[in-house]
Structure formats: structure tokens, C-alpha cells
Design a protein around this ligand. Structure first.
Ligand code: SF4
Ligand code: SF4
Ligand code: SF4
Length: 326
């Protein structure tokens, strides 16, 4: 229940941010529409920009000023994954939440969700890792920092947030069909996008492997009822694991909340050679605090708001859809 509340709150926040950004764009497109300040957190929808900025920062020590919040969000999201597993996916990401609403609706309508057999599942899951590897090759290796400067200064990059919004508000028929098919499949199969296609989730999963936080099962207390396995949204066989270390695990704690045996399943943190359990209520609190600490530090340090001037937006927003990749 707590997780559903946290997820709903972040989803509503995302809708609010999206609406504010839409109003901001409208000011430059519809004469007379009042000015609404640009919400910097809209840059969360530019994860590739965040990755590029991260590399640029590592090489130059400079935070690019056009979409600084993209870098901040990238650091916040990967940072919480390194520390606290893939909790971003299980508690914060609005796409993960929508995916969950879809499979829950499907479960109600059809009475169950479907599964593909093990080896087909493994083959399909490789798609997100291939996409991740492609981005790492293109940005991490092929793109030199001096090429990035030119890209950061381009109108295409400055309008990247507007173009992302227009992807949804002026959707092409190909994109619409893709969303319809993915959404339809998500009704009958759990987390299709997250499980098979999301390169960001693939990266977070790899980061989560080194996190000191893990779900641990105590075999001496376990009654092997399999409630944990039956309720896992990531289709993990929790009852067969002593420590859940799969990169698929969303850290949603659904397994912990469904375990009927006190102490049989717990969220734990590594302390030296042992694992210490801690309250499942503390987990989301720490997750959200760490996430907002990064954002708060960026705000205080003046690295949150875009430095694109008003006059520049006046020039690029009305022609954003005509801007091509430099
Ligand atoms: S896998 Fe991707 S879309 Fe799914 S919850 Fe994680 S980051 Fe969001
Ligand atoms: S193993 Fe537990 S915490 Fe991980 S995804 Fe499954 S139910 Fe959630
Ligand atoms: S729900 Fe708890 S008792 Fe049942 S199999 Fe899982 S860990 Fe064991």
C-alpha cells in the first residue's frame, strides 16, 4: 500500500510537471498565452542527454548549462541504484508505474498474466542490454568531448525537451502503433517495456548488482509457501534464492510484504561479512531522501535551471519540429 501511494504521488508529480512544461511551450507558440516558468525536472525525460553530460563532466569538469538537470537526474537515478538497488524503478519511475497499472488491469480482466518460456524470455531480455551497449558505444566511446560541445550548442539540443514533448502531443502513427502494441502486451504480460526494452533499466540493473542492499531469505524460517515468488512483479523465483541479486529486481518489496513468516524474508544491508535486516518502511524513506539530496545539492549549487535565455526560446520553440540533428 505504501508503495502504491509513493508511486501514485510521483506519477501525479510527473503529470503536473508535464502540464507546466506544456504551458511554458504554449507561451512561445500561441501569442497572448501567459508565461509559465519552465520546470527543470522535465529534463528527467532526457536520459541520453544526461549520460552525455555525465561523460562531458568527467572529461572537462564542466556541467553543460543547457539542460543541467538532465545530468543531475542521471546522477540521482544511477546513484540511488548503486546504493539502494533498482528502487527508482520500483518506487519512482512513472513509466514503471503505468506498466504496473496495465498488468494489474489485465490481471483483473483475464484473471491472470501470461509468461513466455524461460529461454525465449532470456533471448528477449537481451534486447535491452543490446540497446544499452549501443548507447554506451555511441556516447561513451565514439563521441569525443569536443564533438559534444558542438552538439550542446546546437538548436536541436536546446529544443530536445520540446521535441520530446511533441513526440507525445504530435505523435507519429508509427510511434502510436508502437505504444498501442506495447501497452496491449503489457495488459497480458508483466512490465513488457521494462523487462525487454528499457536500456535505462538495463543499466540500473547492472549498477544494482553492486548495491549493498539486497532481499534475503532465511531458509530456517521459510515455510516454502511460495507467496513471494507468486507475487514478484519481476517474475523472480524468490523462494529458491537465499539472496536476490538479479538485475531484474525492482526492490519493490512486494515479496517481503506478502511473506507470512516473520523474519523469513527481509530487506538487508551488507555490514562487513554479514547482512543486517532493516525496516521495509525505512527503505523508501532512504531512497527518496538520497534522490532529493542530489537534486537539492544541484539547486543550492545553481546547477539545476537551464541557462537558455528567454529570447533563445522565442526563436527555437516555434520551429522546434523543423530542427534536425546537427
Ligand atoms: S525499467 Fe526503465 S521504464 Fe521501467 S521502471 Fe525502470 S527506468 Fe522506468
Ligand atoms: S524479488 Fe521482491 S523486491 Fe525484487 S522485484 Fe521481486 S517482489 Fe520486488
Ligand atoms: S513467502 Fe516467505 S515463507 Fe513463503 S516461500 Fe517466500 S520466504 Fe518462504
Amino acid at each position: 500500500m505504501l508503495r502504491y501511494g509513493v508511486q501514485a504521488a510521483f506519477l501525479l508529480l510527473t503529470v503536473f510537471i508535464g502540464y507546466r512544461f506544456y504551458q511554458f511551450v504554449l507561451h512561445f507558440e500561441a501569442p497572448g498565452h501567459p508565461f509559465v516558468g519552465r520546470p527543470p525536472s522535465v529534463d528527467a525525460f532526457l536520459p541520453i542527454a544526461g549520460f552525455m553530460s555525465f561523460k562531458y563532466f568527467l572529461f572537462t569538469g564542466i556541467i553543460e548549462p543547457m539542460h543541467p538537470a538532465a545530468l543531475v537526474m542521471f546522477v540521482a537515478i544511477t546513484g540511488v541504484s548503486l546504493l539502494l538497488k533498482k528502487g527508482f524503478c520500483g518506487w519512482i519511475c512513472p513509466i514503471g508505474t503505468i506498466s504496473q497499472y496495465l498488468w494489474m488491469a489485465g490481471e483483473r480482466v483475464f484473471g491472470r498474466n501470461f509468461r513466455v518460456e524461460k529461454y525465449t524470455d532470456i533471448a528477449l531480455r537481451s534486447a535491452k542490454y543490446m540497446l544499452m551497449a549501443l548507447f554506451i558505444l555511441l556516447i561513451g566511446f565514439a563521441m569525443a568531448p569536443n564533438m559534444m560541445v558542438l552538439f550542446f550548442l546546437s538548436d536541436y539540443y536546446k529544443a530536445a525537451d520540446v521535441k520530446t514533448m511533441k513526440f507525445f502531443t504530435e505523435m507519429s502513427s508509427a510511434a502510436m502503433w508502437f505504444l498501442v502494441v506495447t501497452g496491449g502486451l503489457s495488459l497480458i504480460y508483466k512490465n513488457v517495456w521494462c523487462r525487454y526494452l528499457c536500456p535505462y533499466g538495463a543499466l540500473l540493473g547492472l549498477f544494482s548488482k553492486v548495491s549493498p542492499v539486497k532481499i534475503q531469505r532465511d531458509d530456517s524460517r521459510c515455510k516454502h509457501c511460495r507467496a513471494c515468488t507468486a507475487h514478484c512483479p519481476c517474475l523472480l523465483d524468490v523462494e529458491k534464492s537465499s539472496v536476490v541479486s538479479s538485475p531484474e529486481c525492482f526492490s519493490c518489496l512486494t515479496c517481503v510484504s506478502h511473506c507470512p513468516e516473520a523474519g523469513a524474508l527481509a530487506v538487508t544491508v551488507r555490514a562487513g561479512k554479514v547482512r543486517r535486516p532493516f525496516s521495509p518502511f525505512l527503505y523508501p524513506a532512504i531512497l527518496i531522501i538520497v534522490f532529493y539530496l542530489v537534486i537539492g545539492a544541484a539547486m543550492i549549487g545553481g546547477k539545476w535551471h537551464s541557462q537558455i535565455p528567454y529570447e533563445e526560446y522565442q526563436r527555437i520553440i516555434p520551429v522546434s519540429q523543423q530542427l534536425g540533428h546537427p
